[in-house]
Design a protein. Structure first.
Length: 135
């Protein structure tokens, strides 16, 4: 149940031959993401469990889920962009139905992230799911 934006990322990954190119693509996705207002980078939006500084500010408009996110690490900012592509625009009640580990495994990210980065991604997904469930 991936969004068209996530499918675009999956298609791009299928064309990239090696992991250095894929990592570069993830970093570019993060660079292309609109910056988060520093005023929103507060303890309430900080994601605990990440080795880097990570902030996620969710929004629900018209019953659809969206969020802003940012990090002080380029690769993590890119991972936030991947998660944004996975979740943004979904009806809020469908957020819990997304099998994020399976979708990220399609990209091979499950096998190519360090244990710390994998824990951080799980923490970000947990935060997204918690916010959607509370909405």
């Amino acid at each position: 149940m991936a969004t068209p934006a996530f499918e675009d990322i999956a298609d791009t990954f299928a064309f990239l031959d090696d992991w250095e190119d894929r990592y570069r693509h993830v970093i570019e996705l993060g660079r292309a993401m609109a910056p988060m207002d520093p005023a929103l980078q507060v303890p309430a939006t900080k994601v605990e469990g990440c080795a880097s500084q990570v902030w996620i500010m969710p929004r629900i408009e018209g019953g659809r889920f969206d969020f802003q996110g940012d990090s002080d690490a380029l690769i993590v900012r890119g991972l936030i962009a991947v998660l944004h592509a996975l979740y943004s625009g979904l009806p809020v009640e469908q957020v819990a139905d997304v099998d994020a580990p399976a979708e990220l495994a399609r990209l091979g990210l499950d096998a190519h992230l360090s244990a710390q980065r994998s824990n951080g991604v799980r923490a970000m997904v947990g935060r997204i799911r918690d916010v959607a469930a509370a909405a």
